[in-house]
Design a protein around this ligand. Structure first.
Ligand SMILES: [Zn+2]
Length: 345
C-alpha cells in the first residue's frame, strides 16, 4: 500500500500532471497542451486526466489531494490567479473552486517558482536542507525562500521576487514597471534580447551571421556559439553571470542561508555564466567571502583571483559551515514533484 498525490505543472503552452507516491516515487506522468484554449477547457482536460490517474492508483493507496503550480501571482486564500504573464485569460478565474467542484478533492494552488523549490528540497539538490532559496532562470527569474523547511511567503505571498531586484539603476525597462531588473540581464529572454541588440549595433558580425541562418535563434543557440568560441556570445553570458552574481551576492548577504539552488532551462549554460557569477559573489558579498567552499581544482599560485579585490580581500574565510550555491537536479520535473508534495505535508 502506498498513498499518493497529484502534482500539476500548469504552463502557458504545456500542462503536465504526475501521480507521485508519498516516498517521492513517480507512478505516472501525463502531458497535455494548453495552447489556444481558455481556463474552462484546460481545467476540464486536467480534471479528466487527474480522475483517470486517481481511479487507477486508488487500488494501491489513498489519494491525498492535488497541488497545482501556476506561473504568476496566486491569491492562496481565494484560490485565484491574480496576475500571470504566461496564462492569458486566467486572471481572477476561480481556479481552485472549479477544480474542487469537478474532482471533489483537496486542491492546493502555488506559484511555480515556489513548487520548484519544494521539489528540489524534497528530492533534489536541497534534500535535507531546511534553510534554502531557489532561483529559477527561465523566460524571467522565479524565486522562493524556504525557512525551517517551509515556504516563506512574506506578508501576502509575494516574497521571493528575485527577478525584479534592480541591478542597473538606469537599465532596460521591465514589464514590472521598473528599470534594470535582474531578469532583464539573466534569463533566457535576456540572452536573446542582448544578442539582438549586439547584432543591431553592428558590433557582433559573427552573431549576426549565426542569427540569419538560424530561424529559431534562441538562448540555446547563443550558448552553442559561446562554447564554440564566439566572443560576442561569450560576452552575453559573461554579462548574464555578472548580473546573477550581483543578485546572488545581495541574497547571500541578506539571507545567509545554507544553500542557494539555481534552476530553470538556462542552467544548461552553467559553464558559460557560472565562473563570472562566482567571481562577482566573492567580490561583492562579505558573507560569501567568509563562507565560500574551497574549490578543489584551484591552484593559488596560478590563480588570477589571488590578486584579491572587494569583499574577499578583507574578509577571511573562517567558518566551518559553507554557503553552497549549486545547480538544481530535477530539471523541469522539480515543479511537478514539489506540487505533489504539498498535499502530503
Ligand atoms: Zn522588473
Amino acid at each position: 500500500m502506498s498513498d499518493f498525490s497529484i502534482g500539476v505543472d500548469l504552463g502557458g503552452t504545456n500542462l503536465r500532471i504526475a501521480a507521485v507516491d508519498t516516498e517521492g516515487k513517480l507512478l505516472e506522468k501525463v502531458g497535455l497542451s494548453t495552447k489556444a484554449s481558455g481556463p474552462d477547457h484546460v481545467i476540464d482536460e486536467m480534471c479528466e486526466a487527474i480522475h483517470r490517474l486517481t481511479s487507477q492508483y486508488r487500488v494501491n493507496g489513498q489519494f491525498l489531494g492535488a497541488g497545482i503550480g501556476i506561473p504568476g501571482i496566486i491569491d492562496l486564500e481565494a484560490g485565484v490567479v491574480r496576475r500571470s504573464a504566461n496564462l492569458k485569460g486566467w486572471e481572477e478565474y476561480p481556479v481552485r473552486r472549479e477544480i474542487e467542484k469537478r474532482l471533489g478533492a483537496r486542491i492546493f494552488l502555488e506559484n511555480d517558482g515556489k513548487v520548484a523549490a519544494l521539489g528540489e528540497k524534497w528530492l533534489g539538490a536541497a534534500r535535507g536542507i531546511d534553510d534554502m532559496a531557489m532561483i529559477t532562470l527561465g523566460t524571467g527569474i522565479g524565486g522562493a525562500i524556504i525557512l525551517n523547511g517551509k515556504i516563506f511567503y512574506g506578508m501576502n505571498g509575494m516574497a521571493g521576487e528575485f527577478g525584479h531586484v534592480t541591478i542597473e539603476p538606469n537599465g532596460v525597462p521591465c514589464g514590472c514597471g521598473n528599470h534594470g531588473c535582474a531578469e532583464r540581464y539573466a534569463s533566457a529572454t535576456a540572452v536573446v534580447r542582448m544578442a539582438r541588440e549586439a547584432i543591431e549595433s553592428g558590433q557582433a558580425p559573427a552573431l549576426a551571421r549565426a542569427a540569419s541562418s538560424d530561424p529559431e535563434f534562441s538562448a540555446k543557440s547563443i550558448y552553442n556559439l559561446a562554447i564554440q568560441g564566439n566572443e560576442d556570445a561569450q560576452r552575453i553570458f559573461h554579462r548574464f553571470g555578472v548580473t546573477l552574481g550581483i543578485l546572488m551576492a545581495g541574497l547571500i548577504n541578506v539571507l545567509n542561508l545554507d544553500m542557494f539552488v539555481i534552476g530553470g532551462g538556462v542552467i544548461s549554460a552553467w559553464d558559460a555564466f557560472a565562473p563570472p557569477m562566482f567571481a562577482e559573489m566573492r567580490e561583492r558579498s562579505l558573507v560569501y567571502a567568509a563562507t565560500a567552499p574551497d574549490d578543489p581544482k584551484r591552484d593559488p599560485k596560478n590563480d588570477p583571483r589571488e590578486k584579491k579585490e572587494g569583499a574577499s580581500a578583507w574578509m577571511p574565510n573562517y567558518t566551518r559551515k559553507k554557503t553552497i550555491v549549486t545547480r538544481a537536479l530535477l530539471g523541469s520535473d522539480a515543479g511537478l514533484y514539489g506540487a505533489a508534495r504539498i498535499p502530503v505535508s
